[in-house]
Ligand binder design. Structure first.
Ligand SMILES: Cc1ncc(COP(=O)(O)O)c(C=O)c1O
Length: 908
């Protein structure tokens, strides 16, 4: 294979590369037909794609053989025609719904070909959903075509879905097919296949080896089933055995298998099981019922006049709203919780069932649907898991919902800091050493029992993914019942990529669960315990990769995700996932949290979209996420390697987003020379932080734009919407909806902007060039230092530890309501400077949160330092929540607070 097989994106791009490869084959075939090219070039291009083509149903053996035959018989025109058909079919997916696409002879009609796909016969107007089933078998390859024909003969008009078989004959091929072909959503394993592929294609090994699926003593169908579920947990795996099926079915390793069949049994049973397995993922209990509800002639004597649309469509004045949204929206609007619509506050029917299906899909034990965004999911989790006086170690840079959650519950935050990325005015993530130090400090203060929760953001806004498993294991080694809340607002989709899943809360929790079950884990713990000796020092504990005692660990993991941010849910659709062995102890609190935060009129369409988003990800998520990653890698390359664009813009690589000390594997970036798929997998497994490739920080300060300005330019002039901004960068996010046309549009726009800059610099003379250089320098180098959290004022540290920084933020928050204990000090002016120098200390009454960067520069009760004031003064953003420029900084007066407290206690 050529050297490109070893490039990092070989695997990640192989899927979309297929379409490109077939375009290239078409071009070569056209050239040959027009006497402009060589037949050998065409043959070589086809030979290169041949091994991976076996992992896809289309174009399949018959079309490929026909193409080879036309080439062999020098039918250049026929070959070019067929190559183009295949290429177009792959691009448009037309083969999924049009049987004639599978037909070797274009002119033949469907009925002439008994063994090709029947036309779609699903719901009126729509075709039946299409998928592919991988059959791993030990029959000789010459029999596969006939075998596939037998499978197709099982199709019945009443089947809800239609599938094509993909046949392979080895462990390696099975693994590669499941990894490379996202249309495969069910697998049938017939025992007796060998490990090695019949192809000696290095691409197979370059995919398999880094995933840890090298040849070993156990090459059984059950090992393959487990391996497949590890990369794609959503797959249904069926096992056909002619041995003692009863014994296999009872083997704990058979957990990965949906059903075991005795091989000679009726194949129709298998066919029905496959369809039923897909139906189980396709089912959307709430949405299905909502559709039924919308079809019924319902009269309402209830609130919500908009329901059924009568107040809309009959009105001269708001009919356009009805026309815009369509009738179904109004037919599906209801305030009813009966008639199959269930209640979000106390679900017992379809919502309950939909939540259960979501739990299955996301690897959780329980899921709560939330209809007011992850802002609410976070507050619910914090409220349910913490009581007044409990301590939580919290990333100070986390979303404001966590901070407000702490205020609501009266818990005491112990803020830990993310590493700063000062040059881009943003933060990274919290180093594990800082987290461990916090836990050890609380232990030294005898306050570890008060610590309940570690609350972190994963991935961060800018794409830093924690080594989630390592963080949890090391923390559990210090406090075995610590609860973890991972805010994965941005990365819910990561569940569906084997590449990102280990770095998600649920992925890591599943890995830890496996580890806890392994008897070797106790020995590993005991060995480390003995090595560390009695009462190891904090230094020794910080230096070691701590192993928890599996016998003591209580695995308690929570995740929140904005389903609307990365999957097909309507805005505000969010989920709260639970994987907690002690959930029964907090279940009542969670119900209270639902009652506290959920609207009593939750939006039906939002709930339905959560249900549907889950369905899509379970059936198609693997390919969609692969697409998002592919798009991101293409954008990264297109920008950074473009001779003009890269003069003014660049997307930051992992090496610029993550300091070297947190990239233990030495991984630099996806595009760095020498980067391979294997080095990326190693980094994903080992590094303390890993960059989610779909989150791209595009530096625009070097083109003379600040982030807000550049975001506005793209939105207003070019119809491109971006994610967040920093002083000198913007964040691009690739998603499951992006296409390659989006990349083309973005690149065209960047080229146009660069041309504009070049022209301005060329036409504007020295003055323009000097002004541009000064602007770039100001944006890129005159950046303010990012201030750390200072400390809570003594008056709010009532029962805090002597050396630990937690505090009673809630008391400070409510003091801000009392004007008699508050004051204002202008940010700019002598008074502020004097107070910093001579006191009395200034203590913030509010959260002050500038956008960007969006983290609280001040929290209630925090003492203001020179650093904080300097940062505030340098901020050039318009939006600063909690700060009124006209009045100045709102402060609490600790003396007045203390005096008031004294008065109140006397009065009692
Ligand atoms: C890390 C993080 N958590 C939570 C949220 C809030 O999510 P939602 O917009 O779904 O309320 C955001 C929003 O940007 C976020 O960035």
């Amino acid at each position: 294979m050529p050297s490109k097989t070893t490039h990092v994106d070989q695997f990640l791009l192989i899927h979309s590369a297929r379409a490109d490869n077939w375009r290239e084959i078409t071009t070569l075939a056209d050239a040959w037909a027009a006497n402009r090219g060589e037949r050998t070039a065409l043959e070589a291009a086809i030979a290169e794609v041949a091994p991976a083509e076996e992992y896809h149903a289309y174009p399949g053996g018959r079309l490929l053989s026909a193409l080879a035959e036309r080439i062999a018989t020098n039918d250049a025109g026929g070959a070019a025609k067929l190559a183009r058909r295949i290429s177009n079919g792959l691009l448009s997916h037309s083969y999924r719904g049009r049987p004639s696409e599978w037909d070797v002879h274009d002119e033949m009609s469907v009925t002439d070909v008994p063994d090709i796909m029947p036309p779609g016969t699903g719901e009126a107007g729509g075709r039946r959903p299409y998928f592919e089933v991988l059959f791993v078998n030990s029959q000789p390859a010459v029999r596969w075509e006939a075998f596939a024909a037998e499978i197709r003969r099982l199709r019945r008009p009443e089947d809800g879905f239609i599938y094509e078989p993909v046949l392979v004959g080895s462990f390696e091929d099975a693994f590669c097919a499941a990894a490379l072909n996202p249309a495969i959503i069910a697998v049938v394993l017939a025992e007796g296949f060998p490990y090695r592929s019949r192809h000696d294609a290095p691409v197979l090994r370059s995919v398999l080896d880094p995933l840890g699926e090298a040849e070993g003593p156990d090459m059984s169908a059950l090992r393959l089933a487990r391996g497949l579920k590890r990369i794609r947990p959503e797959l249904d795996v069926y096992l056909l055995s002619d041995r003692q099926v009863e014994k296999i079915a009872g083997d704990p390793a058979a957990d990965a298998v949906r059903r075991v069949f005795y091989a000679v049994e009726e194949p129709l049973e298998l066919h029905l099981a496959i369809l039923e397995g897909v139906q189980a993922r396709y089912e959307t209990p709430f949405f299905d019922n909502l559709k039924k509800y919308a079809r019924r002639p319902i009269g309402t004597f209830h609130a919500l006049p908009i329901a059924r649309g009568k107040s809309v469509f009959k009105s001269d004045w708001i009919r356009d709203m009805g026309e815009f949204y369509g009738l179904n929206l109004f037919l599906a609007e209801s305030s009813a919780t009966t008639g199959g619509l269930d209640s979000l506050l106390e679900p017992t029917g379809t919502i309950k069932r939909s939540q259960e299906l979501a739990a299955r899909a996301f690897g959780a034990d329980h899921v709560f649907f939330v209809t007011n965004g992850t802002s609410t999911s976070n507050k619910m989790a914090v409220q349910a898991l913490l009581a007044p006086g409990d301590i939580a170690v919290v990333d100070r840079n986390c979303h404001k919902s966590h901070h407000y959650g702490m205020v609501l519950t009266g818990a005491q935050p112990y803020y830990v800091e993310a590493f700063p990325m000062t040059e881009y005015s943003m933060y990274g993530a919290v180093p594990l050493a800082s987290i461990k130090r916090a836990l050890l400090a609380l232990r030294a203060e005898g306050r570890l029992d008060r610590l309940k929760l570690l609350d972190l953001t994963n991935c961060t806004f800018d794409g830093h993914m924690y080594n989630v498993r390592r963080v949890m294991e090391e923390c559990l080694a210090i406090k075995p019942d610590l609860i973890f809340l991972w805010d994965e607002a941005w990365s819910g989709f990561a569940r569906f990529s084997p590449f990102l899943r280990p770095r998600t809360a649920m992925g890591a929790a599943a890995d830890i669960e496996d580890w806890l079950r392994d008897p070797a884990s106790v020995s590993a713990y005991e060995k480390q315990h003995a090595d560390l000796g009695k009462n190891p020092s904090d230094e020794a504990l910080l230096a070691a990769r701590l192993i928890p005692d599996p016998r003591l660990v209580r695995l308690r993991v929570y995740q929140t995700n904005s389903t609307h941010k990365s999957m097909s849910a309507i805005r505000q659709g969010s989920m709260l996932l639970v994987k907690d062995v002690d959930f029964h102890n907090v279940e009542a609190q969670f119900h209270e949290a639902v009652f506290t935060h959920a609207s009593t009129s939750p939006n039906q369409q939002l709930i339905a979209s959560l249900d549907v988003a889950r369905r899509q990800m379970e059936l198609d998520g693997y390919g969609l996420v692969m697409n998002a990653i592919e798009i991101a890698l293409k954008i990264r390359r297109a920008i950074n390697e473009h001779p003009l664009i890269s003069k003014y813009f660049r997307v930051l690589g992992a090496d610029e987003m993550i300091p070297a000390e947190y990239r233990q594997s030495g991984f630099k970036d996806y595009l760095a020379p020498g980067a391979t798929w294997a080095t990326a997998v190693k980094a994903m497994k080992e590094d303390e932080f890993y960059l989610d490739p779909t989150r791209m920080t595009l530096v625009c300060g070097t083109a003379g734009f600040d982030g807000t300005q550049f975001k506005g330019l793209l939105a207003n002039e070019y119809d491109i919407q971006l994610n967040k901004t920093s002083r000198n960068s913007v964040l691009l996010q690739s998603n499951i909806n992006n296409t390659r046309s989006d990349i083309a549009h973005l690149i065209r726009v960047l080229v146009e902007i660069c041309h504009g800059i070049e022209k301005r610099l060329a036409d504007g003379g020295e003055g323009e060039r000097a002004a541009f250089a000064a602007r770039v320098k100001s944006l890129m180098t005159d950046v303010p230092d990012l201030p750390n959290f200072s400390h809570f004022h003594e008056v709010y540290r009532g029962d805090a530890g002597r050396t630990t920084p937690e505090g009673d933020m809630r008391a400070a928050f409510f003091n801000a309501y009392d004007a008699s204990v508050c004051e204002y000090v202008p940010l700019i002016g002598a008074e502020c400077d004097r107070r910093l120098k001579d006191g009395p200390e200034m203590v913030s009454a509010n959260f002050v949160i500038p956008y960007p960067p969006g983290f609280p520069i001040m929290v209630p009760g925090q003492v203001l330092t020179q650093e904080t004031i300097d940062f505030m003064r340098k901020l050039d953003v318009k939006e600063i929540h909690g700060y009124e420029k006209a009045r100045g900084l709102k402060l609490v007066k600790p003396d007045a607070v203390a005096a008031k407290a004294k008065r109140q206690s006397k009065a009692r």
